[in-house]
Design a protein around this ligand. Structure first.
Ligand SMILES: Cc1ncc(COP(=O)(O)O)c(CN[C@H](CF)CCC(=O)O)c1O
Length: 363
């Protein structure tokens, strides 16, 4: 149904290789069921972390030992654990616009958070340097939500920033980095970091399903030592079954196959949707952030406000998300801008969804 088809938070279950996943799950359960009798390693099963470390090295140039990986059921939960490893007087810098749930999480933890200006290359170094922030959360692969891809030059500046004062860290949130269309994949910041300044965050929510709640962070060795001392009491928050199934799914090559297949599918869904939007809206819209990831931004050169467009869409049964949800400490700019996801947008739904969007903007 077309109601949630523009949502950047939803996946398309019809695209998920359920039969293969179930086969992996059955193998895992039959061969390793005794692991379910006990609590496994708080960081997640070593064998699973080894598989993920190998995958990260090949796909993202992340350099780490399995020991440095911590599995967690969600990026937020891992970030909460991370704040307990960092100096308690740390000041957190987040991108503006940025991942508002991370901003809200840090505030709820009583942390000092400053929202920092970005440009078309991602976080601005001058904004970072004039701020008091010493822990920066950034999304260099595909800035969330604008889609900016951070070039190597800016990445080097960022690493220089992190190395020019003590207790500075960069949290590299690499969500949906598996999907690149018209841009070559730039290796991770973590792989360029020679000084244990980068904490790498990843998730299977975008490449597989958010419902699996399988995410991970890669801790630099010094922080791993703090983790082992201060968070040793935590039990793993990820289901052992899901861990074992994911391991089998990666080791049998099914994960790589799925990424290839969905990259092709999402590339074409994205192209067809943009074509239909441009055919319908002409030069009243501008699209950006479509070179990678599972969503892009559309700005509308119209008088109507974002809130008004959202409301009229909902009246017509179409759920929309506006850019203002990602502004934490400043007002969103004009013109009204929406974040349109295409991972769960079937091509058969596009005409209806675009028509409803058009009515919400112009009727
Ligand atoms: C920047 C960013 N880093 C990670 C995740 C993945 O988190 P997890 O599934 O917990 O591993 C998301 C997921 N995207 C959010 C949930 F869909 C968007 C919410 C909204 O827009 O309110 C994200 O945007």
């Amino acid at each position: 149904e077309v109601r949630k088809s523009f949502s950047h938070m939803s996946a398309d279950i019809d695209v998920f290789p359920l039969e293969k996943w179930l086969w992996c799950e059955e193998q895992a359960l039959r061969k390793k069921k005794e692991l379910l009798e006990e609590y496994v390693d708080p960081q997640g099963l070593y064998s699973v972390r080894k598989t993920i470390a190998q995958f990260l090295s090949q796909s993202r140039g992340v350099r780490c030992y399995p020991e440095q990986i911590v599995l967690g059921s969600g990026t937020q939960l891992l970030t909460r654990q991370l704040t307990k490893l960092l100096p308690k007087e740390a000041i957190y810098g987040l991108e503006e616009p940025g991942y508002q749930r991370m901003y809200q999480l840090l505030k709820s933890e009583g942390r000092v958070v400053s929202a920092l200006e970005i440009d078309q290359k991602g976080i601005r170094i001058d904004a970072l340097e004039t701020s008091e922030a010493n822990v920066l959360l950034t999304t260099p692969s595909h800035q969330f939500p604008t889609g900016a891809i951070m070039p190597i030059s800016r990445r080097i500046q960022l690493l220089n920033w992190a190395n020019s004062a003590p207790d500075r860290y960069i949290v590299e949130d690499d969500y949906d980095s598996e999907y690149k269309y018209d841009a070559d994949s730039i290796p991770s910041l973590q792989g360029m970091d020679g000084a244990s300044r980068v904490i790498y965050m990843g998730t299977f929510s975008k490449s597989l399903l958010p419902g699996l709640r399988m995410s991970y962070m890669v801790l630099p060795i010094p922080l791993l030592e703090v983790y082992r001392k201060s968070l040793h009491f935590l039990m793993s928050s990820c289901s052992t079954i899901t861990q074992l199934t994911l391991q089998a799914f990666i080791e049998t090559g099914e994960y790589q196959k799925h990424i290839k297949k969905t990259t092709k599918l999402y590339r074409s869904r994205r192209a067809v949707l943009i074509e239909k939007l441009q055919a319908k809206f002409g030069d009243t819209i501008s699209v950006k952030g479509e070179k990678s990831g599972l969503h892009f931004l559309v700005s509308f050169r119209v008088e109507r406000s974002e809130a008004e467009i959202k409301r009229r869409a909902e009246e017509r049964g179409l759920l929309l998300y506006g850019i203002s949800r990602f502004y934490n400490q400043s007002a969103p700019p004009r013109p009204p801008t929406l974040i349109l996801g295409f991972a769960s947008m079937r091509t058969t739904q596009m005409d209806e969804a675009v028509e409803l969007l058009y009515e919400a903007v112009f009727r």
